[in-house]
Design a protein around this ligand. Structure first.
Ligand code: SF4
Length: 339
């Protein structure tokens, strides 16, 4: 780990000003990823700017649109167990609790969850080429061991996946990301926050220099009746998703009025398909229709030597999770999902 300075931001403006001074000034809140990145020499920060003391970013507030705003500095645990989130946005609560460990969720913040970096093994190993860590050096994963890597939205520059569970729930809920920076405040739809690798695989998201996430806005509709989050992984806890699915449905008169499905563990960002969701509108919630939506969602998927299995796994996960969403009680341990 390199030597670095540490300073505490007193308020939002102070934090923005410190972060804008130099690209090597990095924000730290829970510190559950950036400290690892520094220890592994993946990120070299001159100065860590502690943003934990910024007031007003650690709670939940109602919005004018009937939704809620989650403070960027609220911990993942406080968010998941907050009664408003549990009751109105249980899909998000479930997605958060599928991630990491209880200890990490107690430290990790909502803003930090969006800012975490890929867990591609080669990204964390400075001895091997990696376009994300060192642009232009090459990608060690395309011809290496790529069991955990992407099947959608990738290219030769990078086949890493974004590791968050919480963000898969936020994507399905059509959250909005509130941002403060040197140019003032702005709001990004969740789908526009993270990026696909394209020609700039070193950039994970569209945050500009000096900008900070201040809040995550959730819409009024939280799919509290028909929802499910399914995470498939190599072991039952403290492992990243091979495939995960967040689904929320609005059912009216026995037909699907609205469907929101997001996939995790398959791409450089949570994956949505407007075509698949539109296909489901007006249909009965049946296994056959969910299977067709899964085919649409995985259209164009391309695996690598060790992760072809993810394509079939993702399709089955979409069907199973959608069936579970029709009966959220079926998600209890030991229960058998049914329509
Ligand atoms: Fe680096 Fe991306 Fe390739 Fe992993 S997949 S080695 S993060 S460029």
């Amino acid at each position: 780990m390199n030597n670095f300075s540490y300073t505490k931001a007193t308020d939002l403006q102070h934090a923005v000003s410190l972060l804008s001074e130099n690209n090597d000034h990095k924000a730290v809140a829970g510190g559950t990823n950036i400290i690892d990145l520094m220890k592994y020499f993946v990120t070299e920060a001159d100065t860590l700017v502690d943003i934990n003391r910024i007031s007003g970013l650690s709670d939940i507030n109602d919005t004018e649109n009937g939704g809620i705003m989650l403070g960027a500095l609220m911990t993942n645990a406080d968010t998941a167990y907050h009664p408003v989130v549990e009751n109105r946005y249980p899909l998000l609560s479930k997605a958060i609790l599928a991630g990491a460990s209880a200890q990490i969720r107690n430290m990790a913040t909502n803003g930090g969850n969006l800012m975490q970096r890929t867990r591609c093994y080669y990204f964390y190993d400075p001895a091997v080429p990696c376009n994300k860590r060192e642009p232009g050096s090459g990608c060690s994963a395309t011809k290496g061991y790529n069991r955990i890597h992407a099947i959608l939205g990738h290219n030769d520059n990078c086949i890493a996946v974004f590791p968050s569970d919480m963000c898969v729930g936020l994507a399905a809920l059509d959250a909005k990301v509130h941002i403060s920076g040197p140019q003032g405040e702005r709001v990004l739809p969740f789908a526009d926050f993270h990026r696909l690798p394209g020609d700039t695989p070193h950039l994970d998201n569209n945050l500009q220099a000096g900008e900070l996430i201040t809040g995550l806005e959730l819409p009024e509709e939280g799919f509290s009746e028909y929802y499910s989050y399914l995470k498939l992984r190599d072991r039952n806890s403290y492992a990243f998703a091979l495939v995960s699915v967040a689904a929320g449905f609005d059912i009216e008169g026995g037909l699907i009025k609205e469907a929101k499905i997001a996939l995790g563990g398959v791409a450089h960002k949570p994956w949505r398909s407007a075509e698949a969701e539109n296909y489901l509108k007006g249909k009965t919630p049946s296994e056959e229709h969910f299977a067709e939506a899964a085919e649409i969602m995985l259209d164009g998927a391309q695996g690598f030597e060790h992760n072809h299995f993810k394509i079939a796994l993702a399709k089955r996960a979409i069907v199973r999770n959608s069936i579970m969403a029709m009966n959220p009680g079926s998600q209890r341990p030991g229960a058998k999902p049914s329509l």
